[in-house]
Ligand binder design. Structure first.
Ligand SMILES: Cc1ncc(COP(=O)(O)O)c(C=O)c1O
Length: 659
């Protein structure tokens, strides 16, 4: 028997793990269990496993609706520990005579509970916070204890600088990190106005514009043309002013930020060495800067290219956490040894790497649309059949006969040409709608037949025509969510997120699917997927059985997405369930808290439609209709009540029917 005729081995859950490349992006947290459900192991080095479909059922029983964010709180603390312990390991290996502290930039996910969990897990490691705006500063000031380092990046106005000085007066470890020289001037003016002498002079840090440019998507955050940071002459000027004032010891921190999701550690190494030289220069000048802050940028492997097998350069990284820590620790040590200066305390503002993994979005499929299946139309009984229609008929007939790659390619080219010509003629009024409908349905039937035969040939590598046909003949899975609210980076910058079914993973997914959202926007869809499949523009999915829930999960959405989301089509914040793992509970988990999604009423208020006003207008309308005899009073009241009640609903679809 030839290899192509050999019976295919039965589909297993291991095949599903491979197809959705789960091992490459899950950092060991997610996998498929024996029942073919997605499962999570939120506590590293423990075999405590939670079936995600059980969490969904429990959350629904508690009143949660879809789309739903599930937060695995234990993953947050696992990531905090892992980051800090990895740096500690690197420090021991390098025999580095200083320490490392991680700083959480709250812009990555400001949700109070997320920040609280990070701070709690970070206590043994002296974890600090970073804020970048006025509101973030206000939140952070109230959260930190006396020993928590709070770094204030971003543009700082007079009022923010004044709050920071107040915090320093209170003994809090709050450092303004100067991004622009004028901020420094304002800080000095403020200190003078308050009469702060040398003893109470402001403590500060400086962000430096390095010559090393960033790498990856956010490369413009680093380098001499970046938006933020002092140039070298400005740094020297600032130091001179501090020296003149006799307060040079108040410069406590040097910082750079290369951009989020650094793609390459060579760039990082170069930047770390560059700033370490500045650090050593200052030291030789007598300024003993305490902290060297390498900013954010520690990447997350969304696209799963680790080892190069599933390549998606912009959404993936070519290094692990250990390499990241080693690059920083060893590079700083090398420069400090060369320059014979003591090593600084190392800081990194890693946000994405701490929060991305802990949260996932669950969204139910509502229905499936097959764009390629218009019903076959018969030809009109009268009139001469136009040439273009006859050409399409020939292509269709040929598709049934031919078998070779060359002949199939020719058939699909002919069919495509006839299809385009038919559309053009119809636009100009030379082909009537009946003929157009007939040509269209013949085209899709031809395309399906050609694709079926291409697949049977199992050509490697897959021909371009086959890839094009697969993309064209893809089912649209209409799903209850909004790309713009829940994974804005996918729409905005093409960031890839792992998406896959949460159930039926012991069953081979045989449909080609593209996930589309509720918005009435053509780009409200997911059009790049993480999979081991060669064509990443669609995702292998199971056939949708109406009436049976089919949930898709989007993973690694805990960093930035929940905060960036906008309200396109007034689809607002989604509901949440916060989960802790526990071996003492049925299913190994308990729900600590659920958060309701935003209601239509509250969403409308954000754009100035107030419920009382809407209600009044509807009441008036219905009263007029009753008076005019359009509806009877009882019916009118029912219509009004229905409208008023709906204001309390969520902004998404009511998927109860699906369950
Ligand atoms: C100054 C600064 N620090 C830290 C971060 C967080 O970066 P990441 O989430 O890549 O760790 C950012 C984000 O770009 C940033 O601008």
């Amino acid at each position: 028997m030839s290899e192509t005729n050999a019976k295919k081995p039965a589909w297993t859950t291991a095949d599903a793990e491979d197809l959705y490349a789960i091992k490459t992006w899950s950092a060991g947290f997610f996998g498929v269990n024996d029942e073919g459900h997605m499962a999570v192991r939120p506590i590293p080095d423990s075999d405590l496993e939670i079936d995600i479909t059980e969490v969904i059922d429990a959350a629904v029983a508690e009143g949660c609706t879809f789309p739903l964010i599930i937060r695995f709180q234990d993953i947050i603390s696992a990531r905090v520990r892992r980051l800090n312990l990895t740096f500690q390991e690197a420090i021991v290996e390098a025999d580095y005579a200083g320490e490392y502290r991680s700083i959480y930039p709250i812009k990555v996910n400001q949700l109070h509970e997320v920040v609280a969990e990070i701070m709690e897990a970070g206590k043994p490691f002296n974890l600090g916070l970073e804020c970048g705006s006025r509101a973030e500063l206000m939140a952070a000031l109230a959260l930190i204890g006396d020993d928590t380092l709070l770094l204030c990046n971003g543009v700082k106005d007079h009022s923010m600088l004044s709050l920071m000085l107040n915090a320093q007066q209170l003994g809090q470890q709050v450092l303004p990190v100067i991004e622009k020289y004028t901020e420094f001037e304002q800080l000095m003016i403020l200190a003078d106005q308050r009469g702060l002498g040398m003893e109470q002079a402001p403590r500060l840090g400086v962000r430096v514009k390095l010559s090393t440019r960033g790498s990856g998507r956010w490369f413009e955050s680093g380098g001499s043309s970046s938006k933020f940071g002092l140039t070298v002459p400005e740094l020297v000027q600032l130091v001179s002013v501090l020296e003149e004032r006799g307060i040079a010891d108040r410069l406590e921190l040097l910082h750079f930020h290369l951009g989020s999701q650094i793609a390459d550690t060579q760039v990082l190494r170069s930047a770390v060495k560059e700033i370490a030289q500045f650090y050593a220069d200052l030291h030789e000048r007598g300024i003993r800067v305490k902290f060297l802050d390498v900013g954010g940028g520690l990447g997350v492997n969304y696209g799963g290219s680790y080892g190069g097998e599933y390549e998606d350069v912009d959404s993936s990284i070519n290094y692990g956490l250990k390499e990241y820590a080693n690059v920083i620790v060893f590079a700083v040590k090398e420069i400090c040894e060369q320059r014979s200066v003591p090593v600084p305390t190392l800081l990194s503002e890693s946000g994405r790497a701490l929060t991305a993994h802990h949260s996932m979005l669950v969204m139910p499929v509502i229905g499936v649309h097959r764009p390629d299946t218009p019903p076959m139309r018969e030809l009109p009984a009268e009139g001469e059949v136009p040439m273009v229609v006859r050409r399409m008929q020939t292509a269709y007939a040929e598709a049934q006969k031919v078998k070779t790659r060359g002949a199939l390619t020719e058939v699909i080219h002919d069919a495509r040409d006839a299809h385009q010509e038919a559309e053009q003629l119809a636009r100009l009024g030379y082909l009537n709608v009946e003929y157009l409908a007939h040509t269209e349905s013949l085209y899709w039937s031809t395309a399906r037949e050609v694709l079926r035969k291409f697949k049977a040939l199992e050509i490697d590598p897959v021909p371009v025509e086959q890839i094009d046909l697969e993309t064209q003949l893809t089912d649209l899975y209409l799903t209850d969510f909004s790309v713009f609210q829940s994974i804005l980076d996918h729409w905005a910058i093409g960031q890839v997120f792992p998406v896959l079914p949460l159930d039926r993973l012991d069953e081979e997914p045989r449909r080609r699917g593209q996930v589309v959202d509720l918005t009435c926007d053509s780009d409200g869809k997911i059009d790049q997927y993480v999979s081991s499949h060669s064509n990443k523009t669609w995702l292998p999915l199971h056939d949708f059985r109406p009436g049976e829930p089919y949930y898709l999960g989007v993973f690694l959405v805990g960093a930035y997405q929940e905060i960036l989301g906008d309200s396109h089509n007034l689809l607002g914040r989604v509901g949440e369930a916060h989960i802790y793992a526990s071996a003492d509970e049925p299913g190994n988990f308990w729900i600590e808290e659920t958060i309701k999604p935003i209601s239509i009423k509250d969403m409308l208020s954000t754009v100035q439609y107030f419920p009382s006003d809407l209600d009044r207008r509807m009441t008036e309308l219905i009263r007029r209709k009753i008076e005019a005899g359009v509806v009877k009073p009882a019916e009118g009241m029912r219509i009004l009540n229905n409208y008023t009640k709906r204001l309390e609903d969520t902004t998404y679809c009511d998927t109860d029917a699906v369950r």
